[in-house]
Design a protein around this ligand. Structure first.
Ligand code: MCA
Length: 507
């Protein structure tokens, strides 16, 4: 079944009710649209995409800001059976070029004003449209000229709905494929375990180009026909103001840290809230406990991945334990295996494997990589290490690889090292994450060189600006004569992390 049909069915009795409310702010105009208007808008944008020649199964890549039309664009793709591929707005033209080519995209939808900088990248696609706030851009203009696409294209559960790129351990990003079934199953499971209620109002503070903001948050709201307060970004005064009439907020740990940094933030701000959830990065027990002390709320930490959606959650009606990510969602089979493939004992760390309807079919056009991370009986190797307690509650201990999570964004050191190593004067580099009070982990680079530090810093920053989204840029460079290596010749990243753990101050 097409996922959009599920949303339309759930909202059938609520078409006149507010769906997305954008409060007045400096970033985007105030706006409110109902469920009926959202679905109509998706039909109009769908009409424009199809008029441009996009056909069922074609990939539509979007790099757009956050406003109601941007969400309608996602639904427009579902409607016409197109595969929606959202991109982080921080990605540079060279990163976008890779995604367009790799996805074999038919259409690019970008921000008004970015067409020129994306012109080279866009040579790979048949159609380029722009989409901006307040219905600006060529896509809305085209939509006004053509007939809306009012039907909902038949899709089987196993057809692709979306593809989201995750950076790779090899430095090459992979398109994680997600089907209509994967998204429907995950949305319904979360809607159930987080006990959505008719009067819920969701405060939406996340970007809508990742699983967390686009699927976890918005699918729950759509399945519940709930109003969403749709903030273009995160700033503490606006969030405090809008929390007053919200019942649910989903965030990453950085959001909670920033709220706690405001000494005036407290229980009165949260009087109407029934649920705070956190994910995308580990939350420290300190932040969890401080939040409880200040507000009386125990944040519900949960765990997921782009490839799988959300896998586990602390209970809604049971004990939410700091530092744990709770129990598998309905429909998720989860096991922890030791290195020799046998089940880990209670409390023993091992690799987390998962299976179920939420788990996507693999990586776009990478059958070998897909097979590498899957067992013969269909379990997906998450790459996360953790242990189960005697009740089946999961605690994560870390990742098998050296991925960094900065403010909820995954950053793969290899991708950055490849850029740094290309810079003249660099012998080699090692990128690691160090504890950071705001972002959880902050990206830093150790650069082996005999060149002048100042000139080299400028060259490295220039190289990063050209090739990498800003959140991936090292926030500090350490220049060294040589990188520490073990007897096998492997760079000792753990040693670098330990020696410089206090660099960004207490975390
Ligand atoms: C912004 N900057 C960052 C980050 N975000 N640097 C490192 N890590 C970051 N996450 C930098 C910018 O480049 C800029 O640098 C400066 O900080 C200020 O930028 P601004 O846009 O104002 O940042 P912000 O609005 O303060 O953003 C912080 C944020 C944002 C709100 C925490 O990063 C965010 O929305 N994170 C959520 C990510 C998320 O949704 N992840 C879900 C992935 P400069 O000043 O040098 O120019 S989905 C997932 O992981 C799975 C499935 C799951 O389980 O959820």
């Amino acid at each position: 079944m097409n996922l959009l049909q599920l949303f339309i069915d759930r909202a059938a009795d609520h078409l006149d009710q507010p769906c997305l409310t954008v409060p007045a702010s400096s970033a985007v105009p105030a706006e409110q649209i109902t469920f009926g208007q959202l679905f109509d808008r998706s039909a109009q944008l769908s009409g424009a995409l199809v008029a441009g020649g996009a056909a069922v199964g074609d990939r539509v890549v979007a790099q757009v800001d956050k406003f109601p039309d941007a969400f309608a664009l996602y639904l427009a793709c579902l409607r016409a059976g197109l595969v929606y591929v959202p991109l982080n707005t921080a990605y540079t033209p060279s990163e976008v070029a890779f995604f367009l080519t790799d996805a074999g995209a038919h259409t690019l939808v970008c921000r008004p004003g970015t067409e020129d900088s994306l012109a080279d990248a866009a040579a790979a696609v048949a159609v380029v449209h722009t989409l901006g706030a307040a219905h600006s851009g060529s896509l809305p203009r085209r939509a006004a000229e053509v007939d809306p696409f009012v039907g909902v294209t038949d899709r089987s559960d196993d057809d692709l709905a979306c593809m989201l790129y995750t950076s790779g351990t090899t430095g090459r990003s992979k398109g994680a494929m997600l089907t209509h079934r994967n998204l429907a199953a995950n949305g319904q499971a979360l809607h159930q375990v987080w006990a959505f209620e008719p009067a819920d109002v969701l405060l939406h503070i996340l970007p809508i180009f990742h699983v967390h903001g686009l699927f976890v948050a918005l699918h729950c709201a759509l399945l519940n026909a709930s109003e969403v307060i749709f903030l273009p970004g995160f700033d503490v005064p606006t969030v405090r103001r809008e929390l007053l009439r919200s019942t649910v907020m989903m965030g990453v740990p950085t959001h909670y840290t920033r709220l706690l940094d405001d000494p005036a933030f407290g229980a009165a701000d949260c009087a109407n809230v029934r649920l705070f959830t956190s994910g995308s990065a580990p939350m420290t027990e300190q932040v969890f406990n401080q939040f409880t002390e200040r507000t009386g709320h125990r944040i519900c930490e949960r765990y997921g991945m782009t490839e799988t959606g959300i896998l586990t959650s602390n209970p809604y009606d049971g004990e939410r334990v700091a530092g744990t990510v709770g129990y598998p969602l309905p429909g998720v089979e989860l096991k922890v295996l030791t290195e020799d493939g046998t089940p880990a004992a209670v409390g023993e760390n091992g690799m987390v494997w998962v299976r179920g309807e939420h788990v996507g079919p693999g990586y776009w056009q990478l059958p070998e990589k897909t097979a590498e991370e899957r067992s013969d009986d269909g379990f997906f190797r998450t790459g996360d290490v953790g242990c189960l307690d005697s009740t089946g509650r999961l605690t994560l201990a870390g990742r098998a690889g050296d991925m960094i999570i900065s403010g909820g964004y995954n950053v793969y050191p290899k991708e950055i090292e490849l850029v740094l190593d290309e810079t003249p004067g660099v012998v080699e580099s090692a990128v690691v994450g160090l504890p950071h009070p705001d972002f959880g982990e902050g990206v830093v680079a150790f650069v082996a060189t005999d060149h002048d530090d100042t000139a080299l810093t400028a060259a490295l920053e220039a190289a990063c600006s050209e090739h990498l989204a800003r959140f991936k840029h090292p926030k500090h460079y350490f220049f060294v004569d040589a990188l520490p290596r073990n007897a096998m010749g492997k760079v000792q990243k753990a040693q670098l992390r330990a020696e410089h753990a206090g660099h960004f101050g207490p975390s």
